[in-house]
Every structure is written in C-alpha cells, then in structure tokens.
Design a binder for this molecule. Structure first.
Ligand code: NAD
Length: 423
C-alpha cells in the first residue's frame, strides 16, 4: 500500500538516526513534508470533452536549498507516493552534496490513453496549476517515469509564458536545443555505472565475469545496460512492463532497444543463445551476479527476497526493495547499493543543467561526464567507509551520510543546544 511507502521511508530515517549524535529536532523536522499542494487538472480532450486528472507537488524539505525532484505521469500516482519520493529526493541531494532540498510531483494518468496534443495540454496545465509553487529559486522539477524531454520543454515554455520571459532554469531534463545539459539523457544510468565500477573490487565484480540482469528497459535501465555492455559486462536479462527476456549467453542492449522500438516489447528480442521468455517476477529471481531493478517501487519484498540469487543489487529505480525485503537480503549476505546513491547521477546532472542555465554558459559533454564522476566516486567511497566503520548496510550508511549533512545545515541556524546556552 502507498501509505506503507511513506511510513517505511521514515523508518529508514529513524534507523539512520541511531548511528548519529544528532539533535532530536532535526529528525522531527524531517518526519513531515514542508508543504504539499494538490490540484485537479481539467484538460481538453481531442473529442472536445474535458477530463479531470489529480495532480500533486510536494516540497519536502528546503534546508539545504531550493527543492528539486521529478514529475511522474502514472495511473498509480497518489499523494503518499509523491511525498515519499520527495523525502527520498531530500536525502539523495544530500548524499551527493547538491545545494538542493527534495521535492516530487505527479499526475495520476495513463499516458498511453492520450494523444500527443492531449499530453501537451496536460503538461501545460500542470505548470499552470503549480506555477506559484515551483520556481527557479524555489522548486525545480525534472522528468521521472513517463515524462521526458518534450514534456519538460512544454512545461518550461508554459512557465516562461506565465512569467513573461524565458526561464530555462525552472525545469531540468529539457532538450539540449532549449537549454538542456549535454549528458543529461544518460546521467542516471551512467551514474549507476560509475558507482558499480568504483565498488567493483570490493564487490567481487569484473567486466569479464559478471552477468547482469536489469528490470525495466527505459531511460535509466537502457543507458546503464549499454555502458556496462560497452565495458565488457554480459547483460543476460532485461524486461519491460509486460515481458522479460533472459539468455545466459548474453544480449546486446542496442539490438534489444531497436527491437523494442519496433515492437513495443523486449520479448522476442535477438540474443546470443537460446533466449527464454520470463515474466517480470521470474526475471528478478533468475540466476545472475548483479541485479539492477530499474523500473518501479516495491519489487523485492518479503515474498520474494529469499529467492533472489544475485549477490549484489544496484538500485537504479527508486524504492525497489521494501524494508522487509531488505532485512531478508541482509541476512542472506546480499549487498544492496541503495537508490539514493545508485540513481543520484540523474539529479546531479540536473543540477549541472540548472547551473548552466543560470550562468548562460554551457559545458561540453566530456566536462559533464568528468564532473559527474568527480562527484559519484568520492561519495560512493565515503558511504562504503561509513558502512564499514559502523558495520551497517550501505543503505543505512547512505542515510547516515546524508542525515549528517542535513543535520549540519539545520544546526547551523541554531537548535536547542544553541538557544539554551547563555551568552
Ligand atoms: P522510464 O519510463 O524511461 O522506464 C520505465 C521502465 O520500466 C520501462 O521500460 C517500463 O516498461 C518498465 N516498467 C514499468 N512498469 C513496470 C513493472 N510493473 N514491472 C517491470 N517493468 C516496468 O523510466 P526511468 O526514467 O527509466 O525510471 C525508472 C526508475 O528509475 C524509476 O523508479 C525512477 O524513479 C528511477 N529514476 C529515474 C531517473 C531518471 O533520470 N530517469 C533518475 C532517478 C531515478
């Protein structure tokens, strides 16, 4: 249930707090979102009728800077999910030390039922509804599931119309021609690849010997799969929302993408050997060395965690493992590289895009890649060290690392310890 998502997210906060000497009021502040706005979008359909869509935006915490987070278009979007994703964004931005707080937005919609013109009207309508809530210095949206560059372009355009001047820094993940950053398209997958590459010796992973399964085959998954494939790793399983393909002999993610673009499914894609068609649940439990969930939340739970054969899980999706699933994986010695680190490459390059928009000065793609690596590697190393020093999981270590930074920011404005002292 979605409510569980937020409750369990907060459990992770409480768990991390046990390992830090942190003021209680810091935790108190992080238990609730700063503000959440709900709206109903009334959108004109192609047949002339008007349809209503529920929409939300949550600014969870802005202690460290303007809030940042994507907008999701998905039928299951609801306020608890939006709040939880905003909570995760707060920690994710702190994990990689971006000067941002966390936010998230969403619309409950199945975009497959909309025409392109209807999708444009829905996207513009979202910005109209939330135009006073967002802002380049206040809350900066970005893409998430089922939103992409053109949706960001419509949204930036709508915001610019409202403000009366071009405002590219209002949103990130825009097409490059409209102020997007080079290297944003593959940033999430690339960041995950840098994290795995940096940890590979400690995890016993190597390009020649490691077989990888990815759940999902969208933006995050495809780019991570292709970078791993280019580096020599063997991709042996991939899926989408309706099908999965598995071949221990491996497959070429570029060829799978070409097939998916043609047929809308990964099933039936060319592979090196005799491919087996599995369903999504079976794919998660398939034999492999690294499992990369890169689709939706709550995929590894108490129901299937014991059946996971991969010794390493890299969470490209947000929240793919539930706390109950985590406990079982932990007991079985499975190392989970947590979402707030593994998929933070996306928000990091979004930050670069915002910086470039504000400066009006644009960087070559090599500079984006090297700046991304220069952030991902040391933060990965620090989290690994915290995990070792405190003998805790990498997930708890990532929360501890982020919480320490958020705590420093809260304490820098004074807490009980400061105000109760005499001058
Ligand atoms: P996307 O829309 O590009 O791709 C989603 C993929 O998941 C598609 O292949 C879809 O078919 C598949 N999918 C959907 N429902 C599924 C289900 N029930 N079971 C299995 N597969 C399913 O989305 P994306 O941008 O790649 O995002 C994927 C995940 O990564 C999400 O959890 C998102 O929050 C997270 N993420 C994305 C970014 C980013 O920059 N794109 C950044 C950080 C985190």
């Amino acid at each position: 249930m979605a409510t569980d998502l937020f409750t369990t997210a907060r459990e992770r906060l409480d768990n991390a707090a046990r390992y830090l000497d942190i003021e209680r009021e810091v935790i108190e502040q992080l238990r609730y979102p700063k503000e959440t706005l709900a709206a109903t979008l009334l959108v004109r359909m192609d047949d002339g009728s008007r349809r209503a869509f529920k929409a939300w935006r949550c600014r969870y915490n802005d202690t460290r800077g303007p809030t940042k987070g994507g907008i999701r278009f998905h039928p299951a979007v609801n306020v608890d999910e939006v709040m939880t994703l905003a909570f995760w964004m707060t920690f994710k931005c702190a994990v990689v030390n971006l000067p941002f707080g966390g936010a998230k937005g969403g619309v409950a919609v199945d975009i497959k039922t909309l025409s392109r013109a209807e999708l444009e009207r829905l996207s513009r309508s979202y910005v109209e509804a939330f135009s006073r809530f967002i802002g380049p210095e206040r809350d900066i949206p970005a893409p998430d599931m089922y939103t992409n560059g053109i949706v960001m372009a419509w949204m930036a355009d709508e915001y610019s119309t409202i403000t009366g001047h071009p405002s590219p820094a209002i949103i990130t993940g825009k097409p490059v021609a409209l102020g997007g950053s080079l290297g944003r398209d593959d940033a999430t997958g690339r960041g995950g690849y840098y994290v795995l590459d940096h940890l590979k010796e400690g995890l016993g992973v190597s390009p020649k010997e490691t077989r990888i399964v990815l759940q999902g085959f969208g933006n995050a998954s495809f780019h991570c799969a292709r970078l791993l494939h280019d580096d020599g790793y063997r991709i042996i399983g991939l899926s989408d929302s309706t099908s999965a393909v598995y071949d221990p002999d491996g497959m070429d993610p570029y060829a799978v993408m070409e097939h998916k673009n043609r047929t809308q499914r990964v099933a039936g894609a060319p592979t090196r050997g005799a491919a087996r068609e599995l369903d999504n649940a079976e794919l998660l439990e398939a034999e492999c060395d690294v499992l990369i969930p890169a689709a939706v939340e709550n995929q590894i739970t108490e129901a299937n965690a014991a059946n996971i054969k991969a010794p390493v899980i890299l969470e490209l999706a947000n929240g793919p493992v539930t706390p109950a699933g985590d406990a079982i994986l932990d007991e079985n010695g499975v190392v989970v590289v947590p979402d707030i680190l593994a998929n933070s490459g996306g928000v990091t390059v979004s930050y670069f895009e915002w910086v470039q928009n504000k400066a009006g000065y644009y960087w070559p793609v090599e500079e984006v890649h090297s700046k991304l690596k220069a952030i991902m590697e040391p933060e990965t190393r620090k989290i690994r060290e915290v995990a070792r020093d405190k003998a805790i999981s990498m997930r708890t270590a990532a929360y501890v690392h982020a919480l320490e930074r958020i705590g420093d920011a809260v304490e820098a404005r004074g807490t009980k310890a400061f105000f109760s002292q005499k001058n």
